[in-house]
Design a protein around this ligand. Structure first.
Ligand SMILES: NC(=O)c1ccc[n+]([C@@H]2O[C@H](COP(=O)([O-])OP(=O)(O)OC[C@H]3O[C@@H](n4cnc5c(N)ncnc54)[C@H](OP(=O)(O)O)[C@@H]3O)[C@@H](O)[C@H]2O)c1
Length: 227
């Protein structure tokens, strides 16, 4: 493994925010990228889209895993670490938007959302934050754990109460991680996308979100980016 390798780990690769942020971050800094999502066909599209945006000089490994299956998640990350090295930056972007009406919404669906947003994030942090702290000793490194969030933690939508509470719990976890490991030189924070993303929205379109995310990441100081 080259000492100059820089790996970006994308947990929750998809055609919206995930693709735009991944393509921009790879263009700016990373020569290795690891993509995780459940659907193999979608991962093929995401890999092709990044190669089209960047060229083929980037090493991309993709893994079709449901991150709520923690054994499968760890297995994919074991393979990715061996192939491309541990990540310098983790972009945790996975979530699902599913209406949740009182009181038809099954408890197991609430638990599934929490396993995506909280349990899988905790597993990823547990695995990599010590490594990110060790990278912080090198002034050239930019160790980071960046999490896509929304306005829901502070302004829940009752029709999306399950996603709202999962995002609230996730934000709380990221705050605790930041309070603990931010002072050790790891940029840990949330990208608060405070509305619906659309290519037609002048502010909340994937390209602008990616550009704002890169600027915020380059600064490397603030916990929260609001878009
Ligand atoms: N879109 C919006 O309007 C909006 C607004 C505010 C905030 N956000 C936040 O922004 C983030 C990205 O949203 P996006 O809509 O733009 O999506 P995206 O970046 O296009 O894709 C995210 C990907 O996460 C993957 N994912 C979901 N559950 C997963 C699981 N259990 N295991 C592995 N991968 C999983 C999905 O792929 P598979 O289906 O293949 O697994 C999905 O394509 C989310 O955190 C979302 O809450 C979105």
């Amino acid at each position: 493994m080259s000492s100059t390798h820089k790996t970006l780990l994308v947990v929750g690769s998809g055609p919206g925010i995930g693709r735009a942020v991944t393509a921009l971050f790879v263009a700016k800094r990373y020569n290795n990228v690891v993509l995780l999502a459940r659907r193999p066909d979608s991962l093929v599209s995401e890999k092709a889209a990044i190669e089209q945006a960047i060229g083929t000089q980037v090493n991309i490994k993709s893994y079709a895993v449901d991150i709520t299956d923690l054994a499968a998640l760890e297995g994919a990350l074991d393979d990715a670490d061996a192939a491309l090295g541990k990540p310098e930056c983790i972009f945790f972007n996975a979530a699902r938007v599913l209406p949740s009406a009182f009181f038809e919404h099954p408890i197991m669906e609430i638990e599934y959302d929490l396993r995506i947003t909280v349990s899988a994030l905790y597993a990823v942090a547990q695995r990599y934050v010590p490594h990110l702290v060790s990278l912080a000793a090198n002034p050239a490194a930019k160790p980071a754990l960046l999490v896509t969030s929304s306005a829901l933690p502070l302004q829940p939508i009752p029709q999306l109460f399950a996603l709202s509470l999962a995002k609230a719990a996730q934000r709380n976890l990221v705050q605790s991680l930041n309070m603990t490991y931010g002072p050790e030189g790891v940029h840990i924070g949330v990208i608060n996308v405070a509305g619906i993303v659309s290519p037609d929205d002048s502010e909340r379109n994937p390209a602008n979100i990616a550009a704002k995310t890169w600027e915020w990441f380059e600064e490397g100081k603030e916990f929260e980016l609001v878009i």
